[in-house]
Design a protein around this ligand. Structure first.
Ligand SMILES: [Zn+2]
Length: 227
């Protein structure tokens, strides 16, 4: 039984890494950048929140760090003012659907497209340039999601380093995890509205800048970076 399970998980791993989905993933999205270029991306999911966003802006500003925010359309609509503040501060705003459903459980490509479109519409109404990347809530993806994204001309924006800050873990753990495991080309997953994450930011930025990392937005990483 155990052997069978192990074999099954190995097969699933090989399929995901080298099977047809892998080619789709590389063609239609990004999960990390060039491993030989010392660039790194900070991404913040699930915002904007009513509180805590200006604190992120203020924490990054002294270091001139630009990040990527995967926003939930209905929150961007509700908190339009702070959404604009993020944009004006030079951060990239990307698509995290309109209501944050588990897209991989949705059997309809049209539903998935609508979730993407409604989030894009909110950003457009705010006068924010339409973003290229979509991060499916929970990070799960399948061929239906790829189809929807191809038809919406969106790219999958995944991550390579998960801080698990949504667990409410202490600031020290977040700092140690990032400084202990960050590699060139990493896309770091964090969340909006987490006070411990905001507190961890200065140490993370200083620590990585000291090691020669440049912080770029996901779009810059996709385009080969600015440096
Ligand atoms: Zn999310």
């Amino acid at each position: 039984m155990l052997r069978k399970l192990l074999l099954l998980s190995l097969a699933a791993f090989l399929f995901i890494e080298w099977g047809p989905l892998s080619q789709e993933r590389h063609k239609y999205g990004i999960a990390s950048g060039d491993p030989f270029v010392r660039e790194i991306v900070l991404t913040f999911d699930d915002g904007p929140r009513e509180t805590g966003m200006q604190e992120i802006i203020a924490a990054l500003e002294p270091y001139n760090v630009k990040a990527t925010f995967f926003v939930v359309g209905k929150f961007a609509q509700r908190f339009g003012r702070v959404t604009l503040l993020l944009h004006k501060a030079g951060h990239e705003l990307a698509n995290h659907t309109f209501t944050h459903p588990r897209l991989y459980q949705d059997p309809s490509v049209e539903h998935i497209m609508l979730q993407a479109k409604r989030c894009d519409d909110v950003l457009e109404e705010l006068g924010i340039r339409k973003t290229r990347f979509l991060r499916p809530p929970g990070g799960g993806w399948n061929t239906r999601i790829f189809n929807a994204m191809r038809r919406k001309n969106l790219k999958l924006g995944l991550w390579s380093l998960n801080t698990a800050d949504y667990t409410g873990r202490p600031k020290e753990e977040i700092v140690n995890l990032v400084l202990g495991s960050a590699r060139p080309g990493d896309i770091i997953l964090m969340h909006s509205g987490m006070p411990n994450t905001v507190e961890a930011l200065p140490e993370i930025v200083r620590g990585l800048q000291k090691r020669g990392f440049t912080f770029v937005r996901l779009e810059d990483l996709w385009n080969g970076g600015r440096t």
